[in-house]
Structures are given as structure tokens and as C-alpha cells.
Design a protein around this ligand. Structure first.
Ligand SMILES: [Zn+2]
Length: 740
């Protein structure tokens, strides 16, 4: 039954007033505006007197919303001149006298509480309109019982005109729920989207969106290795697909914001391929710093600064950068007009209504595009397990107030070097408490200087001191802002903790504030840092204060806000591991996106998108390139694999001389191992291998001895089988054979 196919949203609405199952439940939803007027308090009698009285003024059009409002409050029983309140009656009927909050579903008779069409299994996504109001709800006038009861209690009679406007408004509401229906279905436009990083992982974001002639690379980020990637400092996405694209299309790089996981791989891309780059000044300035470090300054000529709220013609797409709020200044979401329709890419965001710089997320532009109809929304899934909304960055400032009050000696604050608003909040508190600010750590110094140069940090020079000046001041006059909140071994904070820092030695009177949470994978190093700081006797402020750190990513309620503002036809959750995007997909279904219009992607998946369909068409090469930060060079895959093998299973070296004449070893073979056999067992192991090689040679055909490579392979295989059988390990085996 089509009429019964309600989405979850309308289910909720239905459930709010189930007691009216036989009358007109939907239009009696709480009206937030009205609630504001009445301050969410139970309505007074005076307010009731303002309510329309259809009997008194028959020509006046009914206002369903006013009725709605009445419904949600538990008001005193009618008395005196006051008209009886029909909604009060309904509440009485539904035995729902305690339901005082507008948004609370009323817990009514079980038979009504769950209308037949509200079963979860029936929940059909896609904001299905509630059609045929009158079919669902019998007309009061036709219902003899209700009519009589209403007459008795002087209840509003729903007349034809009222019904007409109820239906009109139902239609308006239903149309509003599906603005994507405005998209041009007749277009032959087709686009492809290929994430090359950032899906199935946190970080390393890079994706390609392409039309017939144009390809845009959205962000070029890096990620961190896991503990098995020995000697690898960072990972950058595999650029193979971009080499192919360059031959076929006009390619551009589009940057959303300056975080490492969005720009960190830019120098490595530009060493291979160069494209025009578009972004806000801060993001491009941060890339410029990287280019300078890698000797690529000449490529800053490829930079194009963008104006927010303006559409930039880039190939055959028009792209608008829309300001959002995130843990870095000047972060943006993208509105991309393509031949297939409009794409909204939130990039990283949260919805901070009270940001430190007062520049809120440009939700009006989101609403603007939503109203026009959006083909597909790509949205940040990082925090999709977090219910509610992420707190404002401002709350951290309040925590800093408390911490600065408590601190008696030096304060050492560590956070992500790109979180300039956090750093500024700490610096301002420091200055207020009469402290000088000393910035330590290469990336921190560079970021603060860049942000000061661009005018994002407005703290006078006189408040800053150099690290060698710290001893000139008393401890309670010092604030050190430094890197290392993730426990990075080479960062300044860790070096202070291990007493390796040239200028700063920790003291028991120091207060160390770690204003960050461990990125997944870094928990161990953060814990180890905490141990060192506490051993040094410092007061460490980490998670004991709930608001010492807030995330820069949207929780579920913010994700829902964007889903509702955009209300796209298709939805692709991005930025996160599979569990994050799957959770985000559930949230999207709750917000009316058709489940069939959502795709959970992995890196390398290429999807094709038109107004009519969304489907995976192929897989392109993706993966990671390993980088050694000490020399900014690539480490080849086989080197990393060898290191893994060495670390996990050890190595066996065998050097032997074999006589061609009698097919026997000349003397004893030299067998050495590392990471496999304990010293005291080595002799026994050497003997086993020696016997194994002798047996192997005995059974070998004489012609095999002509090629020492073949013998080496045979010996390697023999040792491998022996070690697997006896030790269950797969060591690196290096035989060196001389045939004499
Ligand atoms: Zn970010």
C-alpha cells in the first residue's frame, strides 16, 4: 500500500500524536515558532483566548499550527469563559497527560502508538509524501461518534475550506522534503568519482571527480603508517591513475583546507605531475611552505586563490568554496555544478555556531543549493558514531581559563600545530595571565608565523619570546606552546620529556596541557609520553577535563543538519573507515535518503553518476607510497616488505662451497641467523641445516650443479620447509653457494 510507505521521519511525526490516529495527526505536529512565542511553557488561558475560534469567526481560515501548539502542552482544564480545548480532549483521550514537551512522542494506546505503516521493515526511505490525508484519516464529519462527541465538547468542526488548506499545506511540506526532484533529469551529463585515499582509513584524503573533459582532484593528503611499516614516516596516495588522467583530460587540484591529511602529499604529487591548484589563501600558503621545503617553489605559479561564495569556472565545472567550521581556519566545503547536476562535498567540517573567530559555517549557501536540488552529497563521516553535536571550539577556551588559574609554574600547552584557533585561545589566556609566549617546534612555529602574516593571529610581537629567553622570566610568566601532542618521538614535547631538549628541562612545577586526543594508532605513543611527563613530576592535564579538547568533525546531529539542508538524491559518505561510512549511511537513511541511492565505497572504486543512477563501474589502481621523512624520499615496497619480514621472522644466512666432482660440501657451511634462533640453540640449528643440505645434494641430479642459482633456490626452499616445520616462521633466507 503506497499510502503506508512512510519514511522514518514521518513515522516519528505520526508517533508524536498517535492518539489522533483516527482524526488528523500530521498537521498537529508541534510548531517550533509557536513554541518559541510561548516560551515552551504550558499555555496560559490568555494565550488560549488568542486562539482562533472557528465558531465565532467562521470566515477566518484555520491555522493548523496554532492547533498544533495547543496539542503539545498539558494545560489546565478549561473553565469560565474559555472555550474547551479540543487538543486537551485529545490528550485526555490518549491518556497522555504527562506529555509536556513538544518533541516528545506521546505514549498512547498501544494500538495507536504503532500505526501499521510505522513498522521499521516498512520504512521506505526517500521522503515519500503522505498522500491522501483523508484516506488515512476518516473525516470527523463522517464519523458519527466523533461528531457527536465533538458537538458535546464544542470541538472545532473541520469544514471543507479547512480541509482544502490542510491538503495544500501537506503538499507544500511534501514538496519541500524532496528538493532533489528539481534536478534536470533530461541531461545526458555523466560524472565519475574515484576516491584514491581517505576511504577505508582515516586521513590521506584524495579523490577525483571527472566529466568527459575535465578532472578535478579534491585534496591531496597524506596519512600515517602503522607499526608494521618500519622506517616509514608518512604515506602518500598512489598517483598512477592521475598519470593516466593527465593524458586524457584537463586536470585541476581543488583544495578544501590546509590539514596534512588534505595537503600533505602535494609536494610528492608535484614531483611527478603538475596541475593548476585552487584554494583559499591559508591552504595554499601552507602548501607553499611545503613546496619551499621540498625545493619546489617554482610551482607556486600554479596557485589560484579563490573567493568564497563565488562560482569558479574550472574546466566544464563551476565550483564554489563555501566556508565551514573545522579545526583549522579557512576550511571550506564545495558546491560543484557538473553537466550531470550539482554535487556538494562537505570536506571536513563541524557546525560550530559560536566559532572563535565568529565566522560560522555558511549554512545559507548549503540551503541555497539544497533548494535548487542536489544530485549527490559527499559528507564527512569521521565522527559518525558520535551522537549529538560536536561542541564548539570556544568551550576549550573556558577550560584553559580554569587551567591557567590552577597553574603555579610554567604552562606548556601542546596541540595540533594547525589548530590555530586552539593555539590562539591558549595564547590569549597566557597573555591575560601575564605570561610570555614561547613557540617551540618547527611546524608550530611555521604555522603561527603563516597565520600571523595572513592576519589570522592578532597577538602583538611584545608578547612573544624566543626559547633562549625563557630562563629570564619567572616560571609563572611563561607559556610554552609546542608540538608533540600525539607523542611523536621527534617532537619538542617528547624531547623535553626525555630530557633531550636543548633549552627546556621539565620541572615538577610545570603544568603540561595536552589539548588533543590520540589519533587512532597513536594511543601507545601518547600513553608513553604521559608516562615520561609524569615521571618528570609535571602536572599533566589531558582528559581529566572533558572540554580540554573538542573534535573538528561533525557528530550525527550536524550530519543530519547537512543531510536535511541538502536533501540530495544520492549520498556518498566519505572520510572514514568502513564502519564510519556505514554508520553515516544509516543516518542518511533516517534523514530520508533512499537506501538504494547510497553507496559505500573503498579507495580505488570508481562510480558513475547521472541523474538516473549511481553505480560502481570499475576499480582503478590505488594504494600507498611509503615516504622516509628524513630525506623526503620514497621507500620501495619490497624494502618495506623485507623490513616487515626481518622484524617478524628474522633472517638466515647460509654460505657453502660445493664440489662439482662429488656433489658434496667442501668443509662446513657458515650458517648465521638473526631474530630466529636463540644463541644457546644455534649449534643444534646449524647442524640441522647442514644435514638438510647434505641430503639435498645427495638426491640432486648432477646437471643441477651447473647453475649455482638453481642450487641456491633448492637450498632456500629446503631451509624454508624445515623452518616452517620446526619453528612455524617465514624468515628471510639468503643462501650464497660457490661451486668448485
Ligand atoms: Zn581537516
Amino acid at each position: 500500500m503506497e499510502n503506508n510507505k512512510q519514511n522514518e521521519n514521518s513515522q516519528n511525526q505520526e508517533q508524536k500524536t498517535p492518539s489522533q490516529g483516527n482524526s488528523t495527526p500530521r498537521e498537529r505536529r508541534p510548531n517550533p515558532h509557536r513554541q518559541n512565542n510561548s516560551g515552551n511553557k504550558p499555555q496560559s488561558q490568555g494565550e488560549n483566548n488568542n486562539r482562533p475560534n472557528p465558531n465565532r469567526n467562521p470566515n477566518r481560515k484555520p491555522n493548523p499550527n496554532q492547533e498544533v501548539n495547543g496539542n503539545v502542552h498539558d494545560r489546565p482544564a478549561p473553565n469560565g469563559n474559555k472555550k474547551p480545548n479540543p487538543n486537551q480532549n485529545r490528550n485526555n483521550n490518549s491518556q497522555n497527560r504527562n506529555n509536556t514537551a513538544g518533541n516528545k512522542p506521546s505514549h498512547a494506546k498501544p494500538s495507536h502508538a504503532k500505526p501499521s505503516h510505522a513498522k521499521p521493515s516498512d520504512a521506505k526511505p526517500g521522503n515519500k509524501p503522505t498522500q491522501n490525508r483523508n484516506n488515512n484519516r476518516p473525516n470527523n464529519n463522517k464519523n458519527g461518534g466523533n461528531k457527536n462527541r465533538n458537538k458535546r465538547r464544542n470541538v472545532t468542526t473541520v469544514n471543507d475550506e479547512m480541509r482544502k488548506y490542510l491538503e495544500i499545506n501537506d503538499k507544500v511540506k511534501n514538496d519541500t522534503m524532496n528538493p532533489w526532484k528539481n534536478i534536470d533529469m533530461s541531461t545526458n551529463g555523466k560524472i565519475r568519482f574515484t576516491p584514491l585515499g581517505g576511504l577505508g582509513e582515516i586521513g590521506g584524503n584524495m579523490a577525483v571527480l571527472e566529466t568527459e573533459t575535465t578532472a578535478i582532484i579534491i585534496d591531496v593528503g597524506m596519512s600515517f603508517p602503522d607499526e608494521t611499516m618500519h622506517g616509514v614516516d608518512i604515506l602518500v596516495p598512489d598517483f598512477s591513475y592521475l598519470h593516466t588522467l593527465k593524458k586524457e583530460k584537463d586536470v585541476y587540484v581543488i583544495i578544501t583546507h590546509g590539514h596534512e591529511d588534505h595537503i600533505g602529499a602535494m609536494p610528492y604529487l608535484f614531483k611527478e605531475l603538475q596541475f593548476p591548484v585552487y584554494g583559499t589563501p591559508l591552504a595554499l600558503a601552507m602548501i607553499e611552505n611545503k613546496f619551499n621545503e621540498h625545493g619546489l617553489s617554482q610551482y607556486t605559479k600554479n596557485f589560484n586563490f579563490v573567493t568564497m561564495r563565488k562560482q569558479h569556472q574550472i574546466g566544464d565545472m563551476q565550483i564554489e568554496w563555501m566556508h565551514n567550521t573545522h579545526s583549522i581556519i579557512d576550511a571550506c566545503s564545495l558546491a560543484i555544478e557538473t553537466p550531470a547536476g550539482t554535487i556538494i562535498h562537505t570536506a571536513d567540517f563541524k557546525v560550530d555556531h559560536t566559532p572563535v573567530d565568529n565566522y560560522t559555517m555558511d549554512l545559507r549557501r548549503f540551503a541555497h543549493y539544497g533548494e535548487k536540488g542536489v544530485l549527490c552529497l559527499f559528507s564527512d563521516s569521521t565522527n559518525s558514531h558520535n551522537p549529538g553535536a560536536t561542541k564548539s571550539e570556544k568551550v576549550v577556551g573556558k577550560t584553559f581559563d580554569t587551567l591557567f588559574e590552577l597553574a603555579k609554574g610554567r604552562v606548556i600547552m601542546s596541540t595540533f600545530s594547525s589548530n590555530v584557533h586552539r593555539i590562539v585561545q591558549a595564547m590569549e589566556r597566557g597573555v591575560l595571565h601575564g605570561r610570555k609566549v614561547c613557540v617551540i617546534g618547527r611546524s608550530m612555529e611555521r604555522n603561527i608565523e603563516t597565520n600571523r602574516a595572513l592576519g589570522f593571529v592578532d597577538i602583538e610581537d611584545k608578547h612573544f619570546i624566543e626559547v633562549h629567553e625563557v630562563p629570564k622570566y619567572s616560571d609563572n610568566e611563561i607559556l610554552i606552546v609546542t608540538t608533540g601532542s600525539q607523542g611523536e618521538t621527534m617532537a619538542a614535547l617528547n624531547r623535553m620529556a626525555t630530557d633531550e631538549h636543548r633549552h627546556i628541562k621539565l620541572k615538577p612545577s610545570d603544568t603540561v596541557i595536552i589539548s588533543a586526543s590520540a589519533i587512532p594508532g597513536n594511543e601507545g605513543s601518547v600513553s608513553s609520553l604521559m608516562n615520561k611527563l609524569m615521571k618528570a613530576g609535571c602536572t599533566v592535564r589531558y582528559k581529566e577535563f572533558a572540554d580540554i579538547h573538542v573534535s573538528g568533525h561533525a557528530g550525527q546531529e550536524e550530519q543530519k543538519l547537512i543531510l536535511r539542508l541538502i536533501q540530495p538524491k544520492f549520498f556518498l559518505p566519505v572520510h572514514g573507515e568502513y564502519n564510519h561510512i556505514a554508520k553515516h549511511a544509516r543516518t542518511a537513511v533516517e534523514c530520508g535518503v533512499d537506501e538504494r541511492n547510497i553507496l559505500l565505497m573503498g579507495d580505488g572504486d570508481q562510480i558513475e553518476l547521472t541523474p538516473k543512477y549511481l553505480k560502481k563501474v570499475k576499480t582503478v589502481k590505488s594504494g600507498k607510497t611509503y615516504i622516509d621523512n628524513q630525506n623526503n624520499m620514497t621507500i620501495e615496497n619490497d624494502v618495506v616488505l623485507d623490513r616487515q619480514k626481518l622484524a617478524e621472522d628474522g633472517i638466515i644466512n647460509v654460505v657453502a662451497q660445493i664440489s662439482q666432482s662429488n656433489q658434496k660440501m667442501v668443509g662446513k657451511p657458515v650458517i648465521t641467523t638473526h631474530g630466529l634462533v636463540a644463541e644457546k640453540e644455534l649449534k643444534k640449528f646449524q647442524k640441522e641445516i647442514e644435514v638438510m643440505i647434505e641430503t639435498l645434494l645427495l638426491n640432486m641430479k648432477p646437471e643441477a650443479l651447473k647453475n649455482h642459482k638453481d642450487i641456491e633456490n633448492d637450498i632456500r626452499n629446503g631451509i624454508r620447509k624445515h623452518v616452517i616445520r620446526t619453528k612455524k616462521r617465514y624468515p628471510l633466507i639468503i643462501p650464497t653457494i660457490f661451486i668448485i
